[in-house]
Design a protein. Sequence first.
Length: 523
Amino acid sequence: MTTAVPPAPSVIAPATTGAFGLLPAADFRLATGECRDCTTIPQALWFFRHERIAVPQPGRPLAGFARTQPLAADLAAWHAATPLGSALDYPPLVWTAADGVIPECRLTADGQRLAADGVDLPLALAPRHPLNRSWLDASSMAFLAQRPLRVRGDWQGGRFVARTLWPLDFRLPNAPPARPLAADPQALRARLREQAQGGARSPFAVEQLWRRPGTDPDDAGRPVLAFILNGAQGDDDEAHGGHFAVLTGRVGDDGAIHDWLAANYYTLDAESEKGIVAAPVPLDNYLADVNAGQAWYRPSYLLVAVLREARVAAHVQSALGRVYNQFYRHQFSYQHARANCAGISVSALRALGWRIPARGPESWLRAIAALPAVALANGSLRQGKASFDYLTEDRSRLYPAVAFEEIGADLLRLAGGTAGRPLSTFEETLAGDLDALLLVRIPQLPSSRAWGDHPVVDSREYHRRVPKDPAQRQIVPVGPRPFPKDFVDPQAPREPPLRSDYALAGYGLLLLLIVALALRALL
């Protein structure tokens, strides 16, 4: 005799309820990467063979890509042909990670059940990722039980299996307190670091950095272009630089921010220890997925540009869809110095005409010395080359915190009319549409994980953080994710060599010259 499985309670809504950034979620349908009739490119679907995703419904305008152009050229050409406000293209997919959502509920004190609109649901958590070193504990449940939650997950076997637990009190208040800030990257850095451990244990808080005089302080319904900086992890010595993403969306009627869409870039060529797959993802998933959520690992900071019109945010969201198509097709690869989360995002914005100030490389002289020194000290040419590439990369593309600082300071300059340069069409439109700038502090969610801190901004800060003895450093080893050769487009442009490749060639020529001079002296 088989026991009937109880049907899903009515309080569980489909994950396509509400919005994905600026787009109606109802314009998407739920699937997995095994979908055979989706309009999404097959390379993108391949990465989500075992994941729940939302793909655009037929007939929706899809972000495209240029098969034969590098990313910057593709974006620049599209931008030149696409007036601001004329396009709102759909991304190839949105990673929902689950098919259901409970819009509002409460967690019981023991963490075993959810109460939603008079319905009591048994609760289980999604399985812990094998490489996840920490997990929810009693402190997590105590924190979550104190507030209303939005929970993503699936009804399985008579219980709700939660993938995301989002605190609904993490929202924008009406008329947040004003704390003006100078249009200076150093001022923004000082503001982020004024709390212990980068605010990891501090309450969620929102402050107003600037507001256009005469504008309504109630931002409900307004479009936003936002930028998130995630701090340093306390248990991973490869993650002191933090993480960065660009977001778009609208302020909810009650100040909600959970459905903003984050462009989350991670390497596609290795399995993430967090279970992350690079994708557009709702902010509640980005921060509070029980495995992949950044807020379980470190504090975060959100810089929110509240806009009068959606045209700039729509233009950025459409462009980021093109970035994902190129990324999934391996027309460019994630590379920790040249194309990491900050580098991809900043390069995309610059290609659209936002001339985010460059901070320049840390030190060419140190790089020239570091390549052979690090290679010999570690017995690894790869590590020597990586040191060279890090030290010679524009820091506003290399370090998430520097990207955040430069973007924040430039937004304040654009708002105040003090940019000090002729403005591009994109910059002029952004400056004209900007009504307010908010800074949001998002604490680390309590769990068994060590507390994080603010992210570093250069290699000297990094080396002060990590143990001098390499054997004492905490590093999470991850396995490769080979890209199928059948998916490689022969017409795709080849990526240029790294700067360290040229440096290595220079060292080789120098060595040959020394040998030739020595032989000449002997003969």
